[in-house]
Design a protein around this ligand. Structure first.
Ligand code: UDP
Length: 315
């Protein structure tokens, strides 16, 4: 008998890819999602699978599901999405985490939190190691997510200390790949769909800000390695340390798509971090994990995904 795995946010970008991967490895996967940013098309092909169950539920309300492992991913993660209803985002971060932890405590499941590189805010230390405490704003427009996820982390560690709950916290850096909504608002879906449609590529600010992009299959391997490493609580960074400017990303997408789109410059959103790159030495040491998919390969597969999405929309 394979493991029973609960994925909160299982219809989202990471959750749906994780569900498919765990099923292929013999697990029974229960996907819980309120479909606020999750998409039915991400899990449609799994609905008839005997190793998959879907429960429509909002993690802000308690839930009871028996599972050996819980991946707690449920939360809007795109700045455009999480800022639409910031109070809801904060409630999802806190109440959703509390409900996942209470379930893990009651059932003895191991529970992993999808934490975030946003915990480091606009970092003053570069690259970011896990012991860097961050430079976040508790009053700005990103606070609902940054500070919300910081509260989730605090709750995870306190639940572990106070009740002995089997917890693990990973901090996920920018990740991309199939199943991220074309309308998600994040930079890779925006640039790729703009390039494929021949629209202007919208670089925010002057494009010198940096990010480090991890392909989804690499991230999944990191998540599963962290879950499998018993008694390891983290926090541990999961991301690809190869860093690039947003402007270089725009040029790379134009080249790989063969697009004739032009780059245009738009206002930089408030509190947009100026640089971000994970120090992954802890993940390498403790989990034996490092990403293996390079930007050109990962973007190539992602471009194909969005090309098909655009074709489907046109039919
Ligand atoms: N960005 C951009 N154009 C877009 C979308 C995003 O230049 O159409 C920039 C954004 O300002 C940020 C970076 O790309 O500096 C990554 O943004 P994203 O929303 O993907 O995620 P973040 O890392 O900010 O959470």
């Amino acid at each position: 008998m394979g493991k029973r795995v609960l994925i909160t946010g299982g219809a989202g970008f990471i959750g749906s890819n994780l569900a498919r991967d765990l099923i292929s490895k013999g697990c029974y996967v229960i996907c819980l999602d309120n479909m606020s940013t999750g998409r039915m098309e991400n899990i449609e092909d799994l609905l008839d699978n005997d190793s998959f169950a879907f429960i429509r539920h909002d993690v802000r309300k308690p839930f009871r599901v028996s599972a050996d492992e819980i991946y707690h991913l449920a939360c809007p993660a795109s700045p455009a999405e999480y800022q639409k209803k910031p109070v809801d985002t904060l409630k999802t971060c806190f109440l959703g985490s509390l409900n996942a932890l209470d379930l893990a405590y009651k059932t003895g499941a191991r529970v992993l939190l999808a934490g975030t590189s946003e915990t480091y805010g606009d970092p003053l230390v570069h690259p970011q190691p896990e012991d860097y405490r961050g430079n976040t704003s508790s009053t700005g427009p990103r606070a609902c997510y940054d500070e919300g996820k910081r509260a989730s982390e605090a709750l995870f560690f306190d639940h572990g200390r106070q009740y002995g709950t089997d917890i693990c916290v990973v901090r996920i850096f920018n990740t991309y790949g199939p199943n991220m909504s074309p309308n998600d608002g994040r930079v890779i879906p925006n640039f790729v769909t703009q390039a494929l449609s021949g629209d202007d590529i919208t670089v925010y600010g002057n494009g010198t800000q940096t990010r480090s992009f991890c392909y989804i299959t690499d991230l999944l391997a990191g998540l599963e390695a962290a879950m499998a490493r018993k008694d390891f609580r983290g926090p541990v960074n999961l991301g690809n340390p190869s860093e690039m400017t947003v402007k270089d990303l725009a040029h790379l997408v134009i080249r790989l798509t063969g697009s004739s789109s032009k780059i245009v410059y738009r206002d930089l959103p408030a509190d947009d971090p100026s640089r971000r790159r994970p120090d992954i030495s802890l993940a390498e040491r403790e989990l034996g994990w490092a990403p293996v998919v390079g930007a050109e390969d990962g973007l190539g597969m992602t471009i194909e995904y969005y090309r098909k999405q655009i074709e489907n929309d046109q039919q």
